[in-house]
Design a protein around this ligand. Structure first.
Ligand SMILES: Nc1nc2c(c(=O)[nH]1)N[C@H]1C(S)=C(S)[C@@H](COP(=O)(O)OP(=O)(O)OC[C@H]3O[C@@H](n4cnc5c(=O)[nH]c(N)nc54)[C@H](O)[C@@H]3O)O[C@H]1N2
Ligand SMILES: Nc1nc2c(c(=O)[nH]1)N[C@H]1C(S)=C(S)[C@@H](COP(=O)(O)OP(=O)(O)OC[C@H]3O[C@@H](n4cnc5c(=O)[nH]c(N)nc54)[C@H](O)[C@@H]3O)O[C@H]1N2
Ligand SMILES: [Mo]
Length: 782
């Protein structure tokens, strides 16, 4: 055996017994400091995370209390900062050393670990290397390609959710002035269903709660979310809620450690005493996709108790005043609840009626309830219906628009919510387009643009010729990886505006450019001095972010400067003087202020410590729906969660698979190969399986297998060499890491009304891995 290395470490699987946070978190932060090669500088930088005058954490979109100045970073925020603020450089020498084919052989972890992209590069087909290109030439090349397109709809403008408000606003203005609404974004794969569902139910596609609501809530439900890894700063409010006697009720097929116990790494006494505290009061483990059935069951209990209360003349369960004044559609909904059979609810949810009743009792007991959710809810076929069921449940007891209550889709990327507010949206509301048209002298395109799945299809079909990525890793984050890779390769030109090297720089069109940009931690110096950018968190708080570190190279440019450069090279000074705008970002904010009403007095309000609240009409009980009311939306429970294309009499799935994040990753960026709370070290190609399933399928813990996804379209979707790990997951429900399992997600398998790939529900078969030698032997002997 060869000696273990950083990129091929020794693998180990051993259950983790500790709490979330704690010493393990401190050790891991220390390791990431050391790994960054910038330890001293980064410690000072970290203390500026989420502070006034500091920068917004490039990690998740959880908000902070605007009232205190405690330390506001967590283990994974620290890892995100150290990952970005590395000293290592991917420069011209690096690209001279490795050809694109050679780089393609490397793992995603290796690629990002190499460091920050420091100068613009152009792909040279003759040598298969990236070679340096001047900024002016690179921008001119993009402009020339865009100008040559027969139709503006042949370009895709992708955005990942780290882009600042300023960058996002310029980007959409440019794309629309160019003539298209083709703005696929990471949100299409993330919380799209939340936006669609909430707009339909309450007229606003955002969460209605703010940070302060958590402190006065009687019950907090956490559905389909793993905050211990993905939103660690949420653990503190959960723990505080438990301490003051509120209910914290979790729905998750897996026992996630962060939702069980938390030791605060920034509280020395607690650390010394090795104390921890619980983060839940009840934990239910539904089947994948079973939440809507569980919520429907809760509604059925509430309805039963409401009837009993009416008969006995006791206090009502429903908030009749709220329902009468603010809502429509209750009768239809209650009929639907009534006719949903208990047997279907039990079978689909995977929970017993006792458990559902217990959850319903907790909900009933609370005067103020918040329901939080994330990817375990949004990445299913019936996500829009499930989220509307969440809204229905909230409305039954008037849990919208009062302190301590409301809907809380916990967003992913740090500014994914802000990007949508700025108009990164392939189907923007007409009011937004009207406002643009009033403010700017050009005809705003009105036809819907492409979302992520549609963009991939358009590239596959050869309709789209140019792909521009404002951040992200389109090649790896998207479903059906081999097909997505083909789609990118089908383009004439692919352009990636990025901080770090990833597979999207290696999966390219006939021509390709890498444009290196500044990240959140970097000082952004423009003609008038250092600039702040702004972001919006999950609670609709907008605040400024000031970079702290000297950029690694003078050749890196800010995202707004790059977009302005592309726009100027394509459109000249139409409809604005792009280059003048980026001399001072206050000028961009003035434009935002005059286009988006919530941003009145933007530059002035930004001075407030902690930023300012954008407001949320639904939280004020103003319903921006056609009827002016909130709506109960009635959906029948799906009879069968398995889509038709995945069920064939002769080919029933072995397991249903969800794809999720390890503790050492930020989406496709891998900070390491461990998943501490799940006990996994040095491995990522693993499949977590219930021991009874292993037995049923004739495998053992540790066996290496191939995974095949079931979808009747003649395309083979397979990943090879996954290690089976016996794990505490409900029978029939397996889990694997994203992005390794993405080749299994069919492009055609997406949410109804959301188009979000169903990354949490994939029907699979398990086959013993047969190496290529044996396979060839088998074929030869047949
Ligand atoms: N450190 C770190 N932070 C991050 C990210 C990261 O990768 N790393 N990513 C960011 C982004 S973009 C996002 S969107 C968020 C993602 O945050 P999460 O949504 O927490 O991310 P996932 O790892 O996809 O976890 C999904 C959780 O839902 C559960 N689950 C899966 N299917 C179901 C289901 O059908 N029902 C229920 N009830 N539960 C289910 C899984 O067991 C798992 O606990 O985090 C953001 N923050
Ligand atoms: N199977 C499966 N697939 C999924 C998911 C899942 O749960 N399962 N989750 C989905 C979700 S929720 C999301 S949000 C998407 C994420 O999709 P993306 O947002 O496209 O992917 P990331 O991995 O976050 O992108 C990482 C890259 O962004 C670049 N980057 C980092 N910071 C910056 C910056 O400040 N500026 C710029 N310009 N570039 C930067 C770096 O080059 C880095 O390599 O993936 C989705 N895909
Ligand atoms: Mo996300």
């Amino acid at each position: 055996m060869s000696r273990p290395t950083r990129f091929q470490p020794a693998a180990r699987y051993q259950p983790y017994e500790g709490p979330a946070g704690g010493w393990g978190a401190l050790r891991s932060v220390a390791q990431s400091w050391l790994d960054s090669g910038n330890a001293l500088k980064n410690i000072r930088t970290l203390l500026k995370t989420n502070q006034n005058g500091g920068f917004d954490c490039p990690g998740c979109a959880w908000g902070d209390s605007p009232h205190d100045d405690r330390v506001k970073f967590c283990e994974n925020g620290a890892k995100a900062v150290n990952w970005e603020a590395t000293k290592r450089r991917v420069d011209a020498q690096f690209f001279a050393r490795y050809s694109v084919s050679q780089l393609s052989e490397q793992s995603d972890y290796w690629l990002e670990y190499q460091g920050r992209l420091t100068q613009p590069m152009r792909y040279d087909e003759a040598t298969d290397h990236y070679v340096p290109i001047d900024w002016d030439d690179a921008l001119a090349m993009i402009g020339a390609h865009l100008q040559k397109l027969p139709s503006p709809h042949q370009a895709e403008f992708y955005t990942s959710g780290r882009a600042s408000n300023e960058a996002a606003f310029l980007y959409q203005l440019f794309g629309r002035a160019f003539g298209t609404n083709n703005f696929p974004d990471c949100s299409n794969m993330c919380h799209e269903a939340s936006g669609v569902a909430l707009v339909g139910s309450i007229g606003v596609g955002k969460g209605t709660v703010t940070f302060d609501d958590f402190a006065v809530s009687d019950a907090i439900f956490v559905l389909g979310q793993n905050p211990g890894t993905n939103h660690p700063r949420m653990l503190e409010p959960l723990r505080e809620a438990v301490e003051r006697g509120a209910q914290v009720v979790c729905f998750n097929p897996l026992k996630e450690r962060g939702l069980e116990r938390f030791q605060h790494p920034q509280k020395p006494l607690e650390m010394l005493g090795n104390q921890d505290a619980p983060t839940n009061t009840a934990y239910f483990r539904p089947n994948l996709g079973g939440d809507m059935a569980a919520l429907r069951g809760m509604a059925k209990f509430l309805l039963q108790w409401e009837r009993e209360a009416q008969q006995q003349g006791s206090a009502a369960i429903f908030d009749h005043a709220f329902i009468a004044e603010h809502t429509r559609g209750i009768d239809e909904y209650l009929n639907e609840v009534e006719t949903t059979p208990w047997a279907l609810i039990e079978q689909q949810s995977g929970l017993s009626l006792d458990e559902i009743e217990q959850a319903a009792r907790m909900y009933r007991r609370a005067d103020r309830t918040i329901i939080c959710w994330a990817m375990g809810i949004t990445q299913h076929h019936h996500s829009v219906a499930t989220i509307q069921e969440i809204a229905n449940l909230l409305m039954l007891r008037g849990n919208l628009g009062k302190p301590g209550a409301g809907a809380c889709p916990v967003r992913g990327h740090s500014n994914v919510q802000g990007d949508r507010t700025m108009g990164i949206n392939e189907r923007p509301p007409q009011s937004f387009l009207d406002a643009l048209e009033q403010r700017f002298p050009f005809k705003v395109p009105r036809e819907h643009g492409h979302n992520t799945v549609e963009a991939i299809n358009a590239m596959l079909a050869g309709q789209t010729k140019i792909f521009i990525g404002l951040g992200g890793n389109f090649a790896q984050a998207t479903p059906d990886s081999p097909r997505t890779h083909d789609a990118l390769r089908n383009c004439e030109l692919t352009v990636q505006i990025s901080t770090k090297l990833n597979r999207s720089h290696l999966t390219i069109g006939k021509q390709a450019l890498i444009l290196p940009c500044l990240g959140r931690t970097d000082i952004d110096l423009q003609a008038t001095g250092p600039q702040a950018v702004t972001v919006e968190d999950s609670f609709s708080m907008v605040h400024a972010s000031w970079g702290q570190l000297q950029p690694l190279s003078v050749q890196m440019r800010s995202e707004p400067a790059i977009i302005a450069g592309i726009a100027a090279a394509t459109l000249g000074k139409r409809p604005v003087d792009w280059l003048w705008l980026v001399e001072d970002y206050e000028r961009i904010r003035d434009l935002i202020e005059t286009t988006i009403p919530e941003f009145a007095d933007f530059n002035t309000r930004l001075q407030q410590p902690g930023g300012f609240y954008l407001g949320n009409a639904a939280a004020r009980r103003t319903w921006n729906t056609a009827s002016g009311h909130a709506h109960f939306r009635s959906h029948p429970l799906p009879l069968n969660l398995l889509p038709e294309q995945a069920s064939r009499a002769d080919n029933v799935p072995d397991l249903i698979l969800q794809t999720l994040r390890s503790h050492d990753q930020y989406n496709t960026s891998l900070y390491g190969l461990n998943d501490r709370y799940r006990g996994v070290k040095g491995m990522r190609k693993v499949l977590f399986v219930n021991p009874s399933d292993l037995e049923r399928l004739g495998f053992e813990n540790g066996d290496v297998v191939d995974l095949l996804s079931l979808w009747n379209d003649g395309i083979e979707r397979k990943v090879r060499g996954f290690t089976l790990l016996a794990y505490d997951t409900p029978a029939g429900q397996a889990a694997a890491y994203y992005p390794e399992a993405n080749p299994l997600v069919p492009l055609e398998s997406f949410g109804e009304g959301s188009h979000t790939p169903t990354s949490k529900f994939i029907a699979i078969k398990i086959l013993p891995t047969i190496d290529d030698e044996t396979r060839r032997g088998l074929i030869a002997s047949e």
